[in-house]
Write a protein that binds this ligand. Sequence first.
Ligand code: UTP
Length: 466
Amino acid sequence: MLSETESNIADAFASQGQAHVLRHANTLTATAREALFAQLAQIDLELLARLIAGGGDEKVNFATLSPSPYIALGSDGANARALGEEILRAGKVAAFTVAGGQGTRLGWKGPKGTYPATVVTGKPLFRVFAEQITAAENRYASAMPWYIMTSPLNDDETRAYFRDNNWFGRNPADTFLFPQGTMPSITFDGKLMLETPSSLAVNPDGHGGAIRALHASGALEDMKARGIAHMSYFQVDNPLVRIADASFIGLHAGSTHSSGQMSSKMVAKRDADEKVGVFCESAGKTIVVEYSDMPAELTNAVDAQGKLRFNAGSIALHAIAVAFMDQLTQGDFALPFHRAKKKVPYWCDVQSKVHEPNESNATKFEAFVFDALALAAKSLVMEAARVEEFAPIKNASGADSPASSHQIQSNRNGGWLEQFGVKVPRRENGDVDARIEILAQTALEAVDLADASLPREIKAGEEIVL
Ligand code: UTP
């Protein structure tokens, strides 16, 4: 027998052609049934119907799209840096990592932040960030609380990892973990899927889910109580991220090109085919167009000098004002959802077990944080040097893999040492021919090496940690 509430839920799902999600309801234990109905009660059926019908997304007008202007490398100026340092010294900046993704491409068992990332000591990503935050706190003699968005799928494991690692020597009260929301995955014919007889197949709702989750978790309130004005937003997969970049924070907070709400960093695209989103301008607003959405003629368009017209590649680094997030989360604000075809495990009644498909079998809906850029009154984009700040670990091999990240880390570190006269071996293609790791406590940027004791020369193939 269903309770009245359960009957209402069952009717609502049946009226949307989704009655099959309750096909095991009669055979479930009371606890399992309760869990299933609790999950179903959370689903926004109206939104789901709109998404299944193909809506919920915003279409870009490619006819009027133009490249986004940006502050070119090296032209940020001393004033910006001084302002950023003042803001950092005043303890008004928090670190914010989005770590709720599933990391399926890398194929690492466990949250991606636990992946060994550095080139010699194999430090996991979370430790790399923790050490950098601690070094920045020491430099600016102020606290930099760290907010980390997990997902219901990896929250327990992530928390356990922080606990087991003694919070990387940081005060646990200054680390705030919170889970993002989820969205149900659907089959290509618009049906919800069961992952077990008593649960739907769901996926984290995209890094754009951060906005709602910051609010719902109390993280925004916590930031306000601590007097935080800006977040340094970064992804979990880039060990070269500069979390406390004074110039960027200063430009974001003080430039006439910025409303101080949400700013971004870009790197010049390696080539037309590089799979990164591109900063563009549409109807006077800054937007990011995903590489998969960009028409080929725009991706390949070049200017009179033969340079890519749309060359401002997004590296998913933002400075975001707490007040801006607060403003967005008032009322029934929602970012659009994007669709991705993915392999989603589902419950197979015949085999009575979870089936892992070999090919994409479902659509996942995800919101993207950069869609909030268009909601800012003015949004600044600053150019960063790729080798200094961008060594993502996305794939198990090839581009954006641990191997490519290691090479970029050594290239960056070798470049820093060369600025102080150290002889660094390089291959014909310019890559550093050694494995060089520089700890955050030694240097947050090249100039910090001025006080370090450095070798005169590094030999080809050498491994060194400074
Ligand atoms: P990716 O787009 O690389 O996705 O996320 P992913 O889920 O980690 O990896 P794949 O596609 O399954 O291989 C970019 C960043 O956004 C975070 C990720 O943790 C990563 O830091 N993210 C992504 C979330 O926090 N939540 C999400 O729902 C999706």
